[in-house]
Design a protein around this ligand. Structure first.
Ligand code: UDP
Length: 364
């Protein structure tokens, strides 16, 4: 193998931009690497996608596949077809994929078909709930990958249970936290609190986008109802995913006391969560970010693939029962704010350095 190492990196959706940003920064810093950045176009809003690239200082993609729209199955098929000639022409030494979105599974499969090596960042997370599309994406991507980079101890346990050789698993930490620590100071400049009329530690933030919560009318009505009850105690800012907003409108669910706003850019959202008294969410990444930010997080799901956020962080897995959510929210609001400084291992801002170091060793 030559001294130069070629790498293709694929992104498609919001959480991927956030996870790929520190890896691209590390790759472009090292003269040895020749990165090719590919954007599948999976993100629902090209404007928001551009904003994330700008804020997170991600280089312009070398290739933009422009494949927005359609079901996840159609997107998967489109990516397979469009990506094959690109990867086959560039012939990278390794393809890096992050997280668990459609672009992750589709690009890993394309690379393997071409006999290319695949590195999966954020490998081994498992919710053990196969009704979640992300769980299938995780299992399949891990089974296709040569190098599995885990973010927390459960990752290795899960992969070993599935028969993955220990020599392919590398515990490196959390790239999403690399980004958070890199931009935390900058986010303090954001005016989002005054723009929304909320005060430091005087409000809650809610996000909902998982199909299990927003596609079931009764469930969505229950969750919007309990968020409204929480809003009797303190303002609840609710950046609404377009999918959720559409569902709420279709069902005629009024917003009541909730303070709806559009999805926020990374820096504004980081400012919002950093200063919140409480976060209620079904997001994966936000469970991790609140753990580092020392903000209590109520996860409105039956399971989490990120157990370290409960055992070592500020996360409470509360399920979707409105009474339980309300009662835990009330308890959290009545108790002192978290002050612990325990941080999961390797959530230290250096995960991407470890990943690229490891790839250099493995590929040389
Ligand atoms: N996020 C954001 N703006 C928002 C809501 C979330 O920038 O309005 C960020 C959040 O900080 C986190 C990531 O998006 O880093 C999580 O993405 P999402 O919830 O879509 O995906 P998941 O983590 O559930 O896969």
């Amino acid at each position: 193998m030559s001294d130069i190492l070629k790498v293709s990196c694929v992104v498609g959706a919001r959480p991927n931009f956030i996870k790929m940003a520190p890896l691209m920064a590390e790759l472009t810093r090292r003269p040895r690497w020749r990165p090719q950045l590919i954007h599948t176009g999976q993100h629902y809003s090209p404007e928001m996608s551009d904003q994330f690239f700008q804020e997170l200082q991600i280089p312009r993609p070398d290739v933009h596949l422009g494949l927005a729209g359609g079901s996840p199955t159609k997107q998967t098929a489109d990516i397979l077809v469009a990506l094959e000639p690109i990867l086959d022409t560039f012939r990278p030494d390794v393809l890096i994929v992050v997280g668990d979105v459609t672009s992750t599974i589709a690009s890993a499969l394309t690379a393997v078909r071409l006999g290319l090596k695949v590195a999966h960042v954020e490998a081994g997370l498992r919710s053990f709930d196969r009704t979640m599309p992300e769980e299938i994406n995780r299992i399949v991507t891990d089974s296709l990958s040569d190098y599995l980079f885990t973010s927390e101890p459960s990752g290795r346990e899960n992969l070993q249970r599935e028969g993955v050789a220990d020599s392919r698993i590398f515990f490196v930490g959390n790239v999403m936290i690399d980004t958070l620590l890199r931009f935390r100071e900058q986010a303090k400049q954001s005016n989002v609190l005054s723009d929304l009329g909320v005060k430091e530690k005087g409000y809650a933030v809610a996000t909902l986008h998982r199909p299990a919560n927003v596609d079931d009318p009764g469930r969505l009505a229950d969750l919007v109802g309990v968020l409204n009850r929480v809003a009797e105690k303190l303002p609840v800012v609710f950046p609404v995913h377009p999918r959720t907003k559409n569902r709420m409108e279709e069902l005629g669910l009024g917003t009541g006391r909730l303070q709806l706003c559009p999805p926020q850019g990374y820096l504004d959202f980081l400012r919002l969560t950093s200063s919140a008294r409480l976060v209620l969410t079904d997001s994966g990444g936000i469970q991790e970010e609140t753990t580092i930010l020392q903000v209590p997080c109520l996860t409105l799901r039956k399971n989490t693939e990120r157990p370290v956020t409960i055992t070592e962080g500020t996360n409470h897995l509360v399920g979707m029962d409105p009474e339980r959510i309300y009662s835990v929210a009330s308890e959290v609001l009545a108790s002192a704010r978290p002050t612990g400084d325990q941080v999961p291992q390797f959530w230290d801002g250096k995960a991407s350095v470890r990943i690229i170091d490891t790839l250099e060793q493995q590929l040389s």
